[in-house]
Design a protein. Structure first.
Length: 431
């Protein structure tokens, strides 16, 4: 039974909170729509996204709000959800905004249409739907180029489009769009923005296999960062994280270990923490400390599922890397299981593989490059297990996915060559 004195204290606390809530509601209610909108924008600039979301909610609930203010209140609530990493809610908000735009006869407002297309793409990308996101970004760019209508930074549109091209292995197009952001002369672009984009450009050249050029762009990014007084920890963290992956790839393990320690000291969170775990796992894999590598890949998987859910590129990538670890230990059953998990994480619900020997439907894969790698490794494992029929089926699947990517996804000719060379290097490694 609760103590009577404790109960009275709880009642007093609840009464105080109730009166405080009423006061805050009155304070918000006494503001005009313009004041609430300005307050929401100010809170976004201060990274107070929960407060900003509440301000825009108040705007959308006012009886006297104009249709356009109402629509932009929803769009800005979408932006708040994005910054709070609430990606499912973000998608629900922007989908609702799209439906309301039609209902309110605002489809001819190109500013609004461009903004909704952009945020729909952003939400879809965060939910793991890269190709759909890219289609929305391309539509946004088309609208922008036709009408120069966009209420947010066009440089972010270009850099986010570049990141989509990363996921589908079209690195030449990624570089094209990163250059659009880097070469911007807008006053809204900061030195830190350019550092981040140059770092991503270095990463694109790294994936293309042009390591000398990649290293020169990493050096340029670090040089600019050294000249910048007000360092943004996250940009610095991301740059060091990508740099560690370059050092691991080029077998500069002592330097890589030092950089990974630097990243750890910056206390990475959420997506940055996933990247740190993956790079740390890859480091241990390359120096043949495989059990430790599996531990870190498992941590990356847990973090990715917690942040994105079970269907996402990052989840599939973490499973894939864990499978590589088990393959290194020659624990083939576990490796096959994790390669299958990787494919299931990047396939639609209806396309889930029930057995390791099943072949994915190429039309229902969300991220084909990862599936290509997983199927290639499964072909190798089945060959080692002398299950040549299964190995042959996996090899056919590799060719099917490769043909799909080359004919229907990757646009830039140089990127097609990069992918073919990547597969050739895989073949060389396993001979």
């Amino acid at each position: 039974m609760i103590n009577i004195k404790v109960f009275r204290v709880i009642k007093l606390i609840l009464a105080f909170l109730f009166s405080l809530s009423g006061f805050l509601s009155y304070a918000q209610g006494s503001k005009t729509i313009d004041e609430l909108f300005s307050k929401g924008r100010q809170l976004i600039s201060e990274k107070e996204y929960i407060g900003a979301d509440q301000a825009f909610l108040q705007v959308s609930q006012r009886d006297t709000v104009s249709p356009l203010y109402y629509m932009y209140a929803i769009v800005f609530r979408t932006l708040c959800q994005y910054n709070l990493d609430e990606f499912n809610e973000m998608y629900e908000f922007i989908s609702f905004a799209d439906a309301e735009r039609t209902k309110l006869n605002l489809s001819d407002n190109t500013y609004l249409s461009t903004d909704i297309a952009y945020f729909t793409g952003l939400a879809l990308f965060k939910l793991g739907y890269t190709y759909e996101a890219l289609a929305y970004y391309q539509n946004t760019i088309k609208l922008y180029n036709s009408f120069t209508t966009f209420d947010f930074r066009v440089e972010d549109l270009y850099s986010n489009t570049a990141i989509c091209y990363f996921d589908i292995a079209d690195y030449d197009n990624a570089i094209v769009y990163l250059n659009k952001s880097i070469n911007s002369e807008s006053k809204n672009v900061t030195a830190l923005d350019k550092i981040q984009w140059i770092g991503l450009k270095a990463k694109a050249y790294q994936y293309k296999g042009n390591l000398d050029l990649a290293e020169s762009y990493y050096s340029e990014a670090f040089e600019l960062l050294g000249d910048y007084d007000k360092k943004d920890t996250r940009v610095e963290l991301q740059l060091n994280d990508d740099w560690s992956s370059f050092l691991i790839l080029t077998k500069q393990f002592e330097k890589a270990e030092s950089v990974l320690q630097r990243v750890k000291s910056m206390k990475p969170l959420k997506g940055d923490l996933i990247n740190y775990y993956q790079n740390q796992g890859n480091y241990f894999l390359k120096i043949n400390q495989i059990e430790q590598s599996i531990t870190y890949f498992s941590k990356a998987t847990e973090q990715a599922i917690a942040l994105y859910g079970k269907k996402h590129y990052e989840v599939g990538d973490s499973y894939l890397k864990a499978a590589d670890g088990f393959l290194g230990l020659k624990e083939y059953d576990d490796a096959l299981h994790y390669y299958t998990e990787a494919i299931n994480a990047i396939s639609s619900e209806s396309a889930a593989l029930k057995a390791d020997s099943d072949v994915p439907d190429v039309e229902l894969i969300l991220t084909h490059k990862l599936a290509l790698e997983a199927q290639f490794q499964k072909a190798i494992i089945y060959s080692k297990l002398e299950n040549y029929e299964a190995s042959k089926n996996m090899s056919r699947s590799v060719l099917e996915i490769l043909e799909y990517m080359l004919s229907r996804q990757i646009v830039a000719f140089g990127s097609k060559i990069d992918l073919v060379n990547y597969i050739r290097s895989y073949v060389t490694m396993v001979r």
